[in-house]
Design a protein around this ligand. Structure first.
Ligand code: MN
Length: 741
């Protein structure tokens, strides 16, 4: 490609260009490089960088040093960062590309510089293609570790990425695509979370350009072709408005049309499955008011009332991020109004200060407050959560990545504590998430919550403005199910580490049991042997195996089936999957099998599959055969994957019934006087005192009257009668009625 060639320059000309770019950097940084000492630091950094990259060139053929200078320019111009950041941006590739060490950084500069450069050096691009996601997860974790340490590191890293994306033309296509994907995957969401909307938009557009060149070109062309019409429409929309705003006493304001980014147009086309021509909101109108900080809110609302006087608003499209800023600091008032020719137009109203924060996010905060973390409280809270989570050593990078990425794009909701304190939560958060956000202990003991005086289960999703009172029980403890509805990173991390901890304790016990058993078999407990046994008996990893031993899920008599010689399993033969002919999945009716419950099915004929031979208590599923009823297989049966992928519609969920009796499901409607301890006493009586399995519980309170519905498995009518008597005796319960389910 001809345009990737840089015209030949003499060494002298190159030197001139480097110096002039450096001077441009100093000019744009006048506001932050204030003292001679600060200037000296930047100058020294420049010199170190020039020496380190001497003779190195970029793919485009340019001297390498132009890249760090450009990164420093972005850091200064877009982020308004301080002189230390500018120096670090200049030296961000030095340690990697030269013999210059971090120790020398510390000696020649200061510990701040060394720390930031260290952070920047640790964050590397993803190099492995084979385990892309895993590598990205690790990478993200590293980035966040440094991010939570000093936001400047990540800002410089984003500037680095932005400049690389801007100058990617001469790279091979394969690399362009890889870097673009990584950018879309990681850096754009991060920029979003940090409120760097302008940069985020540019990163997204550039990524789209390199991953889908044709599409990008197509949309860009269509945007250009419709520009004149659009400009005219914007003018027609703005003109009457402008006059009214001035009449209304607003003096210092700007009003203009803002085109949407190509990436966001593309997103809309995908999401709504429409063509470019069908997208009406290719632009938004923005009004930026220059008002002192104590007047800005009222001025914005004033502008809003004037606008909606002229153009009819769509009431449910009002977004007030002025009263409740987004957690990344974004403040603005958005409304959608009916403009000329019956077209809906989005209008964004904000003050000049809000506008700068909206465009530059955390970086603008940095400038306003000039302190670590940017002085943005909500962002601080978020960083606090990140730090918190990263401290959890059990955090699996892959799980972490998926939890975390979801968090990056979620919109926020605002809820209140009982004392009226405002809490910012991720959208989709439940009562349980809320409990964990306040305190880990509160989360672990949470049994439900009261919202505006109504009782709700822990899985209940919170809405904006809810006032949440968490209910706890000392008996409560986290379980697997919680992970199906907890959405915040913090809650999920805490639940997982609790479960791991509980599992480890059981496993410790299992280890002692296994040790005793092995001694009887004249063998000795060792890590190797445990692993061998775990894999031989298809118990997953050794932790799982030891856990299963402790809770009785693994029958130790099984050990007799293997011969242990020299502390090794002799004749290690893998249990082979039987042929995958569907009727052969399990051949015999099991003798005297225990009762099973199939999801939604009653009284069905079933048998235990021979291929995996499930036992009471194992995790199992049912498979509907053509003429032999339902076969019950182990969840980890060698044939399971095959059955589940080939015949998913024939798989039925199955759990073991109670071993000692036939159980049937019945419902009880309970009414009484609302009282925090009631649920607690109720579950206590049913589960602990009566030892009856509870399938579900739901409750509601209207004006202090409690109404609950529990579904239980009881063996027979006499057990049911006993249960009703016991529940009636609970303090606060007025009436108990059986209902048919
Ligand atoms: Mn770089």
């Amino acid at each position: 490609m001809a345009d990737t060639q840089v015209e030949h320059k003499t060494a002298e000309e190159e030197k001139k260009e480097i110096l002039s770019e450096y001077k441009r950097l100093l000019r744009m940084s006048e506001a932050v490089i204030k003292t001679p000492e600060q200037l000296e630091l930047v100058r020294k950094a420049f010199k170190v960088a020039v020496d380190a990259h001497d003779g190195t060139r970029r793919k485009s053929g340019e001297p390498y040093i132009l890249h760090p200078i450009a990164v420093a320019q972005i850091v200064s111009e877009e982020f308004n960062l301080d002189h230390t950041s500018i120096a670090c941006a200049l030296m961000h590739d030095v340690v990697e590309d030269s013999d210059f060490t971090l120790d020398q950084m510390e000696k020649n500069f200061n510990s701040d510089v060394a720390r930031i450069i260290d952070g920047l050096t640790k964050i590397k691009g993803v190099t492995s293609n084979t385990s892309m996601v895993k590598a990205q997860a690790e990478n993200l974790k590293k980035i966040l570790l440094t991010l939570s340490d000093d936001v400047r590191v990540i800002l410089i890293k984003i500037a680095d990425r932005l400049h690389n994306m801007r100058t990617m033309k001469s790279m091979p296509e394969r690399k362009q695509v890889r870097i673009s994907s990584e950018t879309l995957y990681l850096y754009a969401p991060l920029a979003h979370r940090l409120g760097l909307y302008k940069i985020k938009t540019e990163l997204e557009d550039l990524s789209l350009k390199y991953t889908n060149r044709e599409l990008y070109g197509d949309i860009a062309k269509k945007l250009a072709a419709t520009k004149r019409d659009r400009d005219k429409y914007i003018k027609d929309f703005i003109n009457p408005l402008k006059a009214k705003l001035e009449e209304g006493g607003l003096k210092d304001f700007k009003i203009y049309g803002r085109p949407k980014s190509i990436h966001s147009i593309w997103n809309k086309m995908k999401k709504k499955k429409v063509e470019f021509e069908e997208i009406y909101d290719l632009f938004a109108i923005r009004i930026v008011i220059d008002a002192p900080e104590n007047k800005e809110k009222s001025e914005c609302w004033k502008a809003y009332s004037i606008i909606t006087d002229i153009y009819k608003p769509q009431p449910d499209r009002l977004r007030d991020w002025i009263s409740n800023p987004k957690s990344n600091g974004y403040e603005s008032l958005h409304t959608t109004v009916l403009g000329p020719k019956g077209r809906w137009v989005e209008v964004q109203i904000r003050s000049k200060r809000m506008d700068e924060i909206a465009e530059k996010g955390v970086a603008a905060h940095w400038r306003y407050k000039g302190q670590k973390g940017g002085g943005n409280d909500l962002l601080e809270v978020w960083l606090e959560q990140v730090r918190d989570y990263l401290q959890d050593p059990a955090a699996n990078p892959l799980e972490f990545l998926s939890d975390f990425r979801q968090n990056l794009y979620e919109s926020d909701i605002y809820v209140f504590t009982p004392t009226g304190e405002l809490k910012n939560m991720r959208g989709g958060s439940t009562i349980l998430d809320f409990a964990f956000s306040i305190h880990t202990e509160l989360g672990a003991k949470c049994i439900g919550g009261k919202i505006n005086n109504k009782l709700y289960p822990i899985s209940h999703k919170l809405k904006n403005g809810d006032q949440v009172h968490v209910l706890t029980s000392t008996k409560q403890k986290p379980n697997e199910d919680w992970l199906s509805f907890a959405v915040t990173t913090k809650a999920r991390a805490r639940i997982k580490s609790y479960l791991n901890e509980a599992m480890r304790l059981e496993a410790d016990n299992g280890k002692m049991i296994l040790e005793r058993k092995l001694r009887q078999l004249k063998a000795e407990l060792s890590k190797d042997l445990t692993e061998q046994l775990a894999s031989h008996f298809k118990q997953g990893n050794s932790l799982n195996f030891l856990y299963n031993i402790s809770v009785g899920k693994f029958d130790l008599n099984e050990l007799k089936k293997v011969t242990i010689v020299n502390n090794k399993i002799e004749n290690l033969v893998e249990r082979k999957a039987r042929p995958i002919e569907e009727e052969s999945y399990g051949e015999e009716m099991a003798q005297g099998a225990d009762l099973m419950l199939f999801g939604g099915l009653n009284n069905v004929e079933y048998s235990l599959a021979k291929c995996c031979n499930p036992r009471q208590g194992d995790k199992v599923f049912g498979f509907i055969t053509i003429n032999k009823g339902i076969k019950v297989h182990l969840d980890n049966c060698p044939n399971a994957l095959d059955m589940k992928t080939k015949y998913p519609y024939r798989v039925v969920s199955t759990i073991w019934g109670r071993q000692d009796k036939v159980a049937f499901l019945t419902g009880l409607r309970i009414t009484g006087i609302d009282d925090v301890g009631l649920i607690n006493r109720l579950t206590n009586v049913v589960s602990n005192q009566m030892n009856i399995d509870m399938r579900s519980i739901s409750f509601d309170t209207v004006d202090g009257v409690f109404e609950g519905l529990i579904k239980v498995y009881v063996a027979n009518n006499s057990e049911l009668k006993k249960l009703i008597i016991a529940v009636k005796a609970i303090e606060g319960v007025h009436d108990v009625r059986r209902i048919e389910t």
